[in-house]
Ligand binder design. Sequence first.
Ligand SMILES: NC(=O)c1ccc[n+]([C@@H]2O[C@H](COP(=O)([O-])OP(=O)(O)OC[C@H]3O[C@@H](n4cnc5c(N)ncnc54)[C@H](OP(=O)(O)O)[C@@H]3O)[C@@H](O)[C@H]2O)c1
Ligand SMILES: [Zn+2]
Ligand SMILES: [Zn+2]
Length: 363
Amino acid sequence: MIVKLPEEEHPHKAFGWGAKSQSGVLSPLKFSRRATGEKDVKLKVLYCGICHSDLHMSKNDFGFSKFPLVPGHEIMGVVTDVGDKVEKFKVGDRVGVGCVVGSCRSCDNCKNDLENYCSQMILTYSGTYYDGTTTQGGFSDIMVTDEHFVVRIPDSIPLDAGAPLLCAGMTVYSPLRYYGLDKPGTHLGVVGLGGLGHMAVKFAKAMGVKVTVISTSPKKKQEAIERLGADSFLISHDQDQMQGATRTLDGIIDTVSAVHPLQPLLSLLKSHGKLVLVGAPEGKPLELPVFPLIMGRKLVGGSITGGMKETQEMFDFAAKHSITADIEVIPMDYVNTAFERLKRADVRYRFVIDIVNTLKSHN
Ligand SMILES: NC(=O)c1ccc[n+]([C@@H]2O[C@H](COP(=O)([O-])OP(=O)(O)OC[C@H]3O[C@@H](n4cnc5c(N)ncnc54)[C@H](OP(=O)(O)O)[C@@H]3O)[C@@H](O)[C@H]2O)c1
Ligand SMILES: [Zn+2]
Ligand SMILES: [Zn+2]
């Protein structure tokens, strides 16, 4: 078998920043994109958010990264070309691409608009596309994506502050709906006030839900309440505060990116409460204490991003309620520093790369 270099696999020359090994350090990278197929949309990437998963994947924390790896799955851009059979988009449209770029389209999950749970789901990067090539993400100048996996961005959503909706927003919106934590009067805990966490606060508040943030960072308290609209704030290592809130929550969205104890969180739940894990800690598995579950008929669940129909719904909801992310816009060559800061939970609350103005090709 002849192994082709990523820059020779396809006809469209592409340029981005990627990790060449699991050192996780990103550097400029030439690669290529497939020709625009009949159902494909080609876009010029304008902005791309940085998700903690980009950091995990660049370091091969989950064990399935393929190098070289161009991260980025909060991709906002403008359509520059469409295939002959594309129905939903035309040149000039404002569009987004999130975490998933392919699925079988015929299994029960796909038929029910849950492409994200299809066993053949193809990730935006480090996935294997139908032609056998490795997918590459949005820290790059162009994307070519099947129109089914492209989202229309409402006019009122800016492309920079709207980018994080594609992953961070979707990842918390979907479980709020699915687990019934979206009802006015519900009391929700949000653990970890980073990219996902701050979106959870904003969506839950727009749904009429009461929100308590549970955080390791006392310095985020004032902002969480005054700016993001949270109702209260607990420091997870303050035992008095945690004990004072025992059995007060109907549900928890846990967005923590590292190994952490679940027992204190389960104690915050009322009987029948639900702990929903969306964070994906690397390394050893989390310990699940069983007694708090048995004694309170509590549930532990999970959720990964959202299907395409729900993603469009989430954008419409965000537009209606003027929800966007709080972002720090950075140039492409700041990405390694951004990764370092993300690791230290030092971001308010999402880095977004200004691709169009700062990604400089050296072709
Ligand atoms: N399920 C999915 O579909 C999905 C989608 C996207 C991302 N993820 C995963 O979700 C996680 C969060 O992503 P993100 O982009 O929101 O990351 P992030 O911006 O870094 O936020 C994570 C937050 O977790 C808290 N945290 C960090 N280390 C901690 C520790 N050792 N103990 C307790 N809390 C800690 C921090 O909040 P405080 O400062 O408030 O404590 C931090 O801001 C990552 O693991 C990511 O891979 C999953
Ligand atoms: Zn993500
Ligand atoms: Zn399927």
